[in-house]
Design a protein around this ligand. Sequence first.
Ligand SMILES: Nc1ncnc2c1ncn2[C@@H]1O[C@H](COP(=O)(O)OP(=O)(O)OP(=O)(O)O)[C@@H](O)[C@H]1O
Ligand SMILES: [Mg+2]
Length: 569
Amino acid sequence: MATKKWYGLKFLSKYFKQYKTTIVFALISMAGVAITSALTAYIMKPLLNNLFIEKNEQMLYMIPLIIISIFSARGAFRFFSAYLSEKIGVEITQDIRAKLYEKILNSKMDAIEHKSLSDINTRVIETVLNLHQIISKAIPKYLIGFMTILALVATILYLNWRLSLFAIIFAVIVIIPVKVLGKRVKKHVHKSESYVTELNERINETFNNLDIVKVYNQVDNERVKFSKYLKEYKKALLKLVKYQELTSPLMEFFVSLSVASVVFFGGYEVIHNRMSVGDFFAFLTALMMLYSPIKTVTKYSLVINMLDGYIDRVENILNLEQEDNTKERLSSEIEEIEFINCSLKIKDKKILNNLNFSIKRGETIAIVGKTGAGKSSILTLLFGFKEPTSGDILINKKSIKDINLLSLREQISYVNQASGIFNISIKDNIIYGLDYDEHRYKRAIELAHCEFIGSFKERDNFIVGEGGKFLSGGQRQRIALARALYKDAPLFILDEATSALDANTESLIQDSLATIMKQKTTLIIAHRLQTIKQADIVIVLSEGKIVASGGYDEVSKTKEFKKNFALKG
Ligand SMILES: Nc1ncnc2c1ncn2[C@@H]1O[C@H](COP(=O)(O)OP(=O)(O)OP(=O)(O)O)[C@@H](O)[C@H]1O
Ligand SMILES: [Mg+2]
């Protein structure tokens, strides 16, 4: 939590700079509102003195016209200040959101994997929305209030400075409780925001696993859990409001003291002819009008107090460690990948232990091993998602640490274990971000045996639902495979890419893969025997260590291999 002074405003000032002109116009409009407000009080003076006491008939025409002009001007100023403030708020928060999203996408995998989806969602949507409210509403209202106070104070000082002193003393006393309450407000901001995250998390998780929730009859339990968080959230919100609104009754009291003393001393002056009736009423009006902007300023100063908390939550994402894309690009196609004494530890747990192996261009390597052996973890190193704790990975004899990861990933076609599918059409899932090429597309669909596309009325324009939920597991895998084939990169990496297919479809796809393997460098991770028979090198992984490696015929005779595939012998 940041404790530096003006932390939030300092952060925002970087963004404010881009909207200098708009801000200047907004400030002018705000000053306009303040000055016209003071004029509505001041008008009491000629109204009473010239119109009612001197009975000057000319004033009968003048004053109503002046009143109309003042109020029209104030209305116009209000409109512009509100509109411009909203514009600044919208633009800045859109900038911030765009930046947050970019930071999330470009973040190092291990920096972001500890965050929950709901937490990120809450920060990008909810927290930034609160920021928007502060920029567009709280700060402008605070400023208008502040300027109005200045204008009204100037008015009363001008009308009668001695009387003004009474009024101002009471106004100053109000500030003390406001300061104390402000600190409390700050504390509760963090709390209430974290409940929003929890609520989001519950919704996401139960929605994504609705079938499990229902079959395990957990609807009631989940509902109860959710309402518990709701209750906590409600408590936090009410506390916030309590501290915010507690200033109001305190102020009413001080204002009444101030007005009462002015009526007494001012009345005394009028009775003894030391003050005109017009001056007195203009003074009293300005003083009573002061109540509203003082209330606004204290209220919104508490809201602005929340700013640091929100900015802190935003900066947490802005400070995510980013992938460095400025390193030198791979200058040619991948010729060789070497894992040298490569180990990976996560929180003191050994995931991979001293791996040594290499893949040469055109080769097919298969990695087999029991679930949890560390097969997919090898890929996280190869993609540069994580750096090895010790050892190194060389690509064309160059350490992966010195390679521009974008240029490495350009050379990779990848099917992940979860066959990541987006909620877009089948076709868009397959060409994912690349230009459309009909020949390549048809070939990919054919090799991946995506004949099922014909069963949809919309064919490949069919939108597949979140995570591909309108598809079967095997259909998702085949789309993921077609995507890898469409990209047609020199290095093919398949992580359990055919595990959801029936034996018949798998063997059809196996034939396709055989064609691919001939042209590409391939790394296959598999549980099933059939998948790996064509591999040049088979690596058996057990508890993060290579326990056997070599050609299929050789390795398949080893005890470790048999253990892995539960073969007898
Ligand atoms: N981000 C992580 N943080 C902590 N532990 C992890 C992380 N990712 C993987 N692990 C652990 O690393 C080990 C290896 O996981 P990995 O996903 O590499 O296994 P795998 O061989 O691919 O298994 P499967 O065949 O089930 O896919 C597991 O014990 C897992 O719990
Ligand atoms: Mg895996």
